[in-house]
Design a binder for this molecule. Structure first.
Ligand code: KIV
Ligand code: ZN
Length: 510
């Protein structure tokens, strides 16, 4: 059986999704989980784009030991130097450099002649040759590039030192049969292609990213670039969990294996969802709430007789064991902090103390605390260090014969501000009070409530997407009180805006 390498780009392409920016601390926590998941390569970021990106790449490179750590660079020395400086501490480092090769990108985006594009690509790879353990080259918008041109540029960058050739379907345009032929043609027409691994990187604009990745693999690609939950630019990238399980469940056809520990898939997906405040759609394959639930009587009857009547894989195989009750209000700090560690979080003593206070508050209101609750608490603690605004107090009056009014006290930089506002309902009143207290007028675009665990006392999770100056920021909050969860989610989204704009000055151009 052949093995393919899984290259995870959640922290780079994934983070380019609207509202998916992460703090440095969240990124390192997530990278360590990707390492436990068994991904072969972690693309840590685009270091030249901001000091924040640089710092995250460096910390990931210094801490991840079992996965290759990659950094993205345009085909220019300044970008390559930034990747080099940030990945110096990596056990195995990889430069991922790219330049657009499709006629439309060369003419209108790069404004470069095709020959100059080849020159720049070769110059970049030659410059990087002795600086990294591995060099990956991507002809951006590859699937809309002319094959003859690709053969030439690929041959030249391999001669210059590229060890991986990634063919991006940048705009999610290709079809499964087409990418099969495309990759086959590259294999058959680039004379030195045996000196490099071919990789596939599919976007999901037509919902074909995973199908296209599988076709590319069938044609000989031996690396697939994907993201957890399929997050990424526009409609996203191919979802790692879907690709891995498709290859796994249909080994009879694909004869392909990966190094992924599939039992870590569900947890990894939940962790990402908690970190970026983006709920997983219920019907999402592998990780959605409905993926293993059987509603109709006929299906349930079949399942009782034999699970395989309606299940092609077990929930356990992707780490979806039923939630165990693990802690209650009498659990001490020690038991709590052990469980947080077992779930994969490395919190400082100070963070554990804060998380424990949140846990006690929750345990007071809710008798049974599940792993999902702990995940939610620990996930939000990780974002707290970059907290600009803190919701200190809130109060709401509402009723069918009263004007809903919200009052909040927000702490910011050792100061605090109290504001009140009325609204159409209690949630709009509280959000408007927060707008006044922070002096940041945000427009609410999405609002979702879900129960993290079952039962009347369930911890409710609210996630919001707000629009500030045309940019989108996600936030989440959890509490047994939905109004409190809503207020926390809104403040969390505003903090994400502050983090992105004030701290980072991000400038992702890829
Ligand atoms: O989609 C794309 O083309 C990319 C490249 C930078 C590989 O993400
Ligand atoms: Zn991409």
């Amino acid at each position: 059986m052949d093995k393919i390498q899984i290259f995870d780009t959640t922290l780079r392409d994934g983070e380019q999704a609207p509202g998916a920016s992460m703090t440095v601390e969240q990124k390192i926590e997530f990278a360590l989980q990707l390492e436990r998941l068994g991904v072969d390569v972690i693309e840590a970021g685009f270091p030249v784009s901001s000091p924040h990106q640089f710092k995250a790449c460096k910390i990931i490179a210094d801490n991840v030991k079992n996965s290759v750590v990659a950094g993205l660079a345009r085909a220019v020395e300044k970008d390559i130097d930034a990747v080099y400086e940030s990945l110096k501490g990596a056990e195995t480092s990889r430069l991922h450099t790219f330049i657009a090769t499709s006629p439309i990108h060369m003419k209108y985006k790069l404004k470069m002649e095709p020959e100059t594009v080849i020159e720049n690509a070769v110059k970049a790879v030659s410059y990087a040759r002795n600086k990294f353990d591995q060099i990956e080259f991507s002809p951006e918008d590859g699937t809309r590039s002319e094959l003859e041109f690709l053969y030439r540029i690929i041959e030249k960058v391999i001669d210059a030192g590229a060890t991986v050739i990634n063919i991006p379907d940048t705009v999610g345009y290709t079809m499964p049969d087409e990418i099969f032929d495309f990759i086959s043609s590259i294999r058959n027409n680039v004379p030195n292609i045996d000196k490099a691994i071919i990789s596939t990187h599919c976007h999901n604009d037509l919902g074909l990213a995973v199908a296209n990745s599988i076709s590319a693999i069938k044609a000989g690609a031996r690396q697939a670039e994907v993201t957890i939950n399929g997050i990424g630019e526009r409609a996203g990238n191919g979802a790692l969990e879907e690709l891995v399980m498709a290859l796994n469940v249909r080994k009879d056809i694909t004869n392909i294996d990966t190094n992924i520990d599939t039992k870590q898939l569900y947890y990894t997906s939940k962790l990402l969802s908690a970190i970026i405040a983006s709920p997983i759609p219920r019907n999402k394959p592998i990780v959605g709430a409905n993926a293993f639930s059987h509603e109709s009587g006929i299906h349930q009857h079949g399942m009782i007789s034999n699970r395989e009547t309606y299940e092609i894989m077990t929930p356990e195989s992707v780490g979806r064991d039923s939630s165990e009750i693990i802690l209650g209000r009498h659990s001490g700090l020690h038991g709590f902090s052990n469980r947080v560690k077992e779930l994969g979080f490395n919190l400082t003593d100070e963070q554990i103390k804060t998380a424990f206070e949140d846990f006690l508050k929750l345990a007071d209101r809710k008798k049974e605390v599940f792993d999902e609750d702990i995940l939610s608490i620990a996930g939000s603690i990780l974002g707290k260090d970059s907290c600009f605004y803190d919701l200190d107090y809130f109060h709401i009056t509402s009723g069918n014969a009263a004007i809903p009014t919200g009052t909040v006290r927000i702490k910011y930089d050792e100061q605090q501000k109290e504001e009140a506002a009325t609204g159409d309902g209690p949630i709009s009143a509280i959000f408007q009070a927060i707008d006044k207290a922070t002096n940041i007028p945000a427009k609410l675009e999405e609002f979702n409530v879900s129960a993290i665990t079952a039962g009347k006392q369930a911890l409710g999770e609210v996630s919001v997407i707000i629009n500030i100056n045309g940019e989108h920021y996600g936030g989440n909050g959890s509490s047994t009180d939905i109004l409190e969860a809503s207020a926390r989610a809104y403040v969390n989204a505003i903090n994400r805006y502050k983090l992105t704009t004030e701290l980072t000055g991000d400038n992702n151009e890829s």
